[in-house]
Ligand binder design. Structure first.
Ligand code: AMP
Length: 398
């Protein structure tokens, strides 16, 4: 495996897989959020500065079969040119003779974008033939698409085998990997994980893994009520997974045995229906009346969480504390975000990893006040679960 920092790109064509799956306005097809493009600029500029040329490949959306204008990467060419300060060329497809000619004629400092790789069946099927055809575009392969690293697609994984001595991670993936390592292999203590979200079932693997590495584990969101019910509390109509009550009890026992401080909220904001217009009030989390459901953590819990978080050296946050999409039930999630920001100011390392906590930190405009916000929702979840991501393995293996 090579390293993007030390690799000699001079005179070479670097085929780079990025995640330019950006949201577009449905009518005008203009980019509404270019975060993902900006995230890859660092690697691309580095290659250009080292005297290489760059061939960009990515997917965009979920095209059903073949070309669809709304999923064409042509829509993102001008913004990419602006961000790179280079006149980016566009190949109308991925593997035609014309496209291959274009990339072989690319001069140092030049950049081209291939068409959406998902216009080809071979991409998601991960066929060797499509990967081989793509590989003709480059002398080296750089994978900088963390968001698709958990997929064994042609352009994310299979293509790497055609570059046995010239494959590497881009800066973005490198940083994602380093951030998770910082949390899971931290020598600094205490390490605190905050795991929220809807269900225990979708976070159980992560929770069990974290019990081996963290000092504090804060459980929030909808899954807290399964824990409360598992210990005999009354949770009314809150979200509960009855077939996970034993699992929850087992986690409580494991936490004790492993000396992990497992924090379950003590109070909650309950509502008489799942709506921002519902009536709501604050009660002890184990005394929720029938007909009411817990949609956020209460004030006491917020204070207790802040105490834990603000005394931590390393923090991982995955999943909201409540239904933060509704303004009446966003407070717990918001306050946890502020506690993480405060801890970060005091020198803690904070990683926001996984879909909805990333959405939450963005909603509260705090993304630049934490140490690292992951770009990969599903990929980050699987990475935290300890799974070997195919896109990462393909670069690492010989
Ligand atoms: P996840 O994708 O598992 O991280 O779940 C995120 C979702 O959990 C968000 O859409 C939240 O609205 C939802 N959520 C958080 N707390 C609750 C709750 N107390 N009851 C129902 N849903 C919740």
């Amino acid at each position: 495996m090579q390293n993007i920092n030390s690799y000699a790109f001079y005179g070479k064509r670097a085929l780079i897989r990025v995640d330019f799956n950006v949201p577009l306005n449905k009518e005008t097809l203009e980019i509404t959020d270019d975060t993902r493009i900006r995230a890859a600029v660092c690697s691309i500029k580095h290659i250009l500065e080292k005297g290489g040329s760059v061939i960009i490949m990515s997917h965009l959306g979920r095209p059903k079969q073949g070309f669809e204008k709304r999923f064409s990467l042509k829509n993102i060419v001008s913004r990419t040119s602006e961000l790179l300060g280079v006149d980016v060329q566009f190949a109308g497809d991925c593997i035609s003779d014309e496209a291959i000619d274009m990339s072989s004629n690319l001069q140092p400092g030049q950049v081209m974008i291939l068409e959406n790789v998902r216009f080809y069946k071979g991409e998601m099927a991960g066929t060797e033939e499509f990967a081989r055809q793509l590989s003709q575009h480059g002398d080296a392969f750089v994978n900088d698409a963390f968001g698709t690293a958990h997929r064994a697609h042609a352009s994310t994984t299979i293509v790497a085998k055609y570059f046995p001595n010239d494959k590497m991670f881009g800066f973005l993936i490198e940083n994602e990997i380093k951030s998770v390592d910082k949390v899971l292999q931290s020598k600094e203590k205490p390490v605190t994980a905050i795991v929220g979200g809807a269900k225990v079932s979708s976070k159980i693997v992560i929770i069990e893994r974290l019990l081996d590495t963290v000092d504090n584990l804060i459980v929030g969101g909808g899954m807290a009520y399964t824990f409360v019910k598992a210990t005999g509390g009354k949770v009314g109509d809150s979200l509960v997974e009855d077939d996970y009550l034993d699992v929850a009890r087992n986690i409580i026992d494991q936490a004790k045995a492993k000396n992990v401080n497992l924090y379950i909220p003590t109070d909650t904001i309950i509502a008489d229906r799942f709506s921002n217009e519902a009536q709501f009030k604050e009660v002890a989390i184990d005394k929720i009346p029938e007909g009411w459901m817990g949609l956020d953590v209460g004030h006491q819990s917020i204070l207790e969480c802040a105490e834990i978080i603000e005394n931590s050296k390393v923090i991982l946050w995955n999943g909201p504390m409540g239904v933060f999409e509704m303004s009446n039930f966003e407070n717990g999630t918001k306050e946890v975000a502020y506690s993480i920001v405060n801890a970060t100011k005091k020198g803690a390392f904070s990683l926001i990893g996984g879909g909805d906590s990333v959405a939450a930190i963005n909603k509260f405009n705090l993304a630049d006040k934490v140490s690292f916000v992951s770009t990969g929702g599903g990929a980050m979840l699987e990475f935290l679960e300890g799974k070997e991501l195919p896109g990462i393995k393909a670069i690492k293996e010989n």
